[in-house]
Design a protein around this ligand. Structure first.
Ligand SMILES: Cc1cc2nc3c(=O)[nH]c(=O)nc-3n(C[C@H](O)[C@H](O)[C@H](O)COP(=O)(O)O)c2cc1C
Length: 151
């Protein structure tokens, strides 16, 4: 299984303040745990929130700061546990590009690879140790293509 024994973190963007951000983040983390991934969650003081990061609509400066903190947290924890460096961020962003804005910032701060879910394949994933997932919320859930990504 190509996701197995790789690290994961998650984030989501929504239109509504209570549109399902935390449940979506947990759904992503939970789904990927089933595929054998190891999770890095957020931190209310150091990295955005309890489970990962989220924003409503276009990301604000505070949201983007949280994205950077989560990215730095992933890098810090992973480097402490293992000498791993290569980070991939997989996302889908179909509405206003809000998730894409967050993803690009996280990718920059991690110096990692950033790909839409439709662009990745096994040969790309094999090059990475840590995988982050991001999605807009569509009808209360992350984009369904993230579930297809493990195949
Ligand atoms: C088809 C569709 C369904 C959506 N469903 C929800 C929803 O259930 N809850 C919510 O808060 N926002 C919902 N939104 C708004 C998006 O989550 C929000 O605009 C998000 O930032 C989109 O991310 P993106 O620009 O990266 O695609 C929906 C948007 C679309 C297009």
């Amino acid at each position: 299984m190509k996701w197995r024994e790789r690290w994961e973190a998650a984030f989501a963007t929504s239109g509504d303040l209570s549109g399902g951000k935390e449940t979506t983040i947990i759904s992503i983390l939970q789904a990927m745990l089933i595929y054998g991934m190891m999770m890095v969650v957020g931190d209310p003081l150091l990295a955005g929130g309890h489970y990962g990061i989220a924003c409503t609509g276009r990301p604000t400066k505070k949201d983007l700061d949280s994205a950077v903190k989560l990215g730095e947290r992933v890098a810090r924890l992973v480097k402490r546990v293992e000498r791993l460096k290569k980070v991939l961020v997989v996302y889908e962003s179909i509405h206003n590009g809000n998730t894409e804005r967050m993803v690009n910032l996280i990718g920059d701060c991690l110096d990692g690879g950033v790909f839409r879910v439709g662009e990745i394949d096994k040969s790309i994933i094999q090059d990475y140790d840590v995988i982050g997932f991001g999605s807009g919320i569509y009808f209360g859930k992350h984009h369904r293509s993230l579930f297809r990504a493990h195949r």
